[in-house]
Design a protein around this ligand. Structure first.
Ligand SMILES: [Zn+2]
Length: 222
């Protein structure tokens, strides 16, 4: 399944379900099969299937669409004040109860705390998405593992609860489920990308290998 060629690691992977070729760049650890839409993650040298979904693009998009990979996790969170109940504690409790999912970018972003991490934005304010499964769009592979993303997802949720009340004054029960690989559309503006829902923009320089992302997506349009 893996071969060494001229010093670079070339991975020739096939979907375990439909045997379609998986588009795997050298840093990718998870992929969406372009033929059947199933998602696979390399774990311990073998492919493990992950639940897979994609988000329908906004109606009448005004720009070309690129799909980016995100890890999505079912979440259940409970925050109970451990001492006196102040208003901020109740706010934290209500905020914790609202979370149903967490999202983490599965593609590499340079200086995410500076330019913004849309996975955190989607965790904070889940847009009203229509999600679908099956064939769907082509999307680049994930360079961040589901394991690492799961730890980040827990930190995102804790950080959001902490914005209402110090989590040190709360008893937190947090369950972050198994990773799912989602393809989420954004607008390609040429010099940057724009989120159709939050309207946030990321400069092209903040993304790792936009040319590869465009190449993978353009095959869908061709
Ligand atoms: Zn497949």
């Amino acid at each position: 399944m893996a071969a060494e060629a001229s010093g670079a690691r070339v991975i020739a992977l096939r979907c375990s379900a439909c045997h379609g070729a998986l588009p795997a760049a050298s840093n990718d650890v998870a992929f969406r099969c372009p033929q059947c839409g199933r998602a696979w993650e390399i774990i311990g040298g073998v492919l493990r299937e992950r639940p897979s979904a994609f988000v329908a693009p906004p109606p009448s998009p005004r720009h070309p669409i690129l799909y980016l990979p995100y890890w999505s996790f079912p979440v259940s969170a409970k925050a109970t004040p451990s001492g006196f109940q102040e208003e901020s504690h109740l706010k934290a409790r209500d905020r914790a109860a609202k979370f149903e999912r967490a999202f983490v970018s599965a593609f590499s972003i340079y200086r995410p705390t500076y330019v913004g991490e849309w996975g955190l934005v989607y965790t904070r304010l889940p847009p009203k998405w229509q999600t679908r499964t099956g064939h769907g769009p082509r999307a680049p592979g994930a360079t961040i593992s589901g394991f690492d993303a799961r730890k980040l997802a827990a930190l995102y949720i804790l950080g959001e609860i902490d914005r209402a009340a110090d989590i040190g004054s709360l008893e937190i029960e947090l369950d972050v489920g198994e990773p799912e690989l989602w393809a989420i559309p954004c607008y390609d503006l040429g010099e940057g990308i724009r989120c159709p829902w939050s309207r946030a923009e990321l400069p092209v320089g903040a993304l790792d290998d936009v040319a590869e992302i465009r190449r993978v997506t353009q095959r869908l349009e061709a």
